[in-house]
Design a protein around this ligand. Sequence first.
Ligand code: FMN
Length: 333
Amino acid sequence: MLFSPYTIRDVTLKNRIVMSPMCMYACDREDGTVHNWHLIHYATRAVGQVGLIIVEATAVTKQGRISARDLGIWDDDHIDGLRTLTSLVHEQGAKIGIQLAHAGRKATVAGEIFAPSPIPFDDTMRTPKEMTKIDIEETIHAFQQGARRAKEARFDVIEIHAAHGYLINEFLSPLTNKRTDEYGGENRYRFLSEVIEAVKEVWDGPLFVRISASDYHPDGLKVNDYIEYAKRMKAQGVDLIDVSSGAVVPAKIQVYPGYQVPFAETIRREADVATGAVGLITSGLQAEEILRNGRADLIFIGRELLRNPYWPKTAANELGISLEAPKPYIRGW
Ligand SMILES: Cc1cc2nc3c(=O)[nH]c(=O)nc-3n(C[C@H](O)[C@H](O)[C@H](O)COP(=O)(O)O)c2cc1C
C-alpha cells in the first residue's frame, strides 16, 4: 500500500510517503526568504520519489518564528521564492505542502513574544505577553494571509501546525491556556477553530492539521481529548490529522519505533478521520504494516529522510517493489 496513490480532494499523491515538516533554520539573511539550501534540500527528496513533501514550519508572523533563521510567509515578498520551490518539486513529480506556524511562547526572536497566558515554557525561556483579543484577531488573519500566499505560491497542501507546544497547541492545552475569556476553559478549541475557518475562506485544497496527541502530563491533554477535537476538525473540513505528540511542557517521553502510531490509529478509528503516522518509522515493512492494518493513511518520515533522501527506494527494495527511477538515474537504480 505504501506505493499506491492516495487522493485528497483534487490532489493525487503518487505514493503514501510524506516528508515530515522539519525546520532547517537556514535563512541566513534572517528575512524568512527561501535560500538555495531549501531549493536543494526539498527538490532532492522529490528526486528521491517522496510522494508529498511538507515544507518546514513557516512563520505566519515575524514574532511567530521559532528562530530568526526560520522560513517565513508573513509578507508577499516571500511568495516568489516559495513559488520557485514548488515548481522545482513539481518538476520532479512530487506534491508539496507547507506547514503554517506560529511559535507562540517558544519564539526566541528579539522583541515581544505571544501566548494565550503569560507563562514561560521553562526557566530558560522568556515570559510571553498574554494575547489580547486584537492580538488574537491579527494572528488569525495572519494565518489566513499565509494560506492565501501559499495558494499563490502553488502549494498542493496546507498543514496547520497545532502541535509541539507552539501557539495553537498552547491555546488547546489547559497547561498553557489559563484564560477566563471566550478563548479559555471550555473554549480552548476556539482559536484553532477560527484559524481553520479563516484558512478555509481562502483555501479549498487539502488541509491537514498536526497535533500533539498527548501532553505527557497528568493534567494535560490526552488522546481521548484529541478524539473530540479531531471530530470537530473533520466537521470543519480538515482532511487529515497528522498525529505527533508532546513538547507542550517539558516532559520525559519514552520513545521507541512507531511510538506515536497508536495515537494515529485511535484517532482514525474513533473520529473516523484520515490520519498520518509519524515518529521513528524507518523501514518499508514498518510503514506497510501501519497502512495494511488501517492504523493510518499516510506515513510521515522525518529524520530517516535527512539521512537518506532516497528512502522510498530503500523501502521499495525491502518490500520487493520495483520503483520507477528518475530517468537520468536508471543506470544506477
Ligand atoms: C531537524 C528537525 C526539525 C523539525 N522541525 C519540525 C517542524 O518544523 N514542524 C513539525 O511539526 N515538526 C518538526 N520536527 C519533527 C518531525 O517532523 C517529526 O515529527 C519527528 O522528527 C519524528 O519523526 P522521525 O522519527 O521520522 O524523525 C522536526 C524534527 C527534526 C529532526
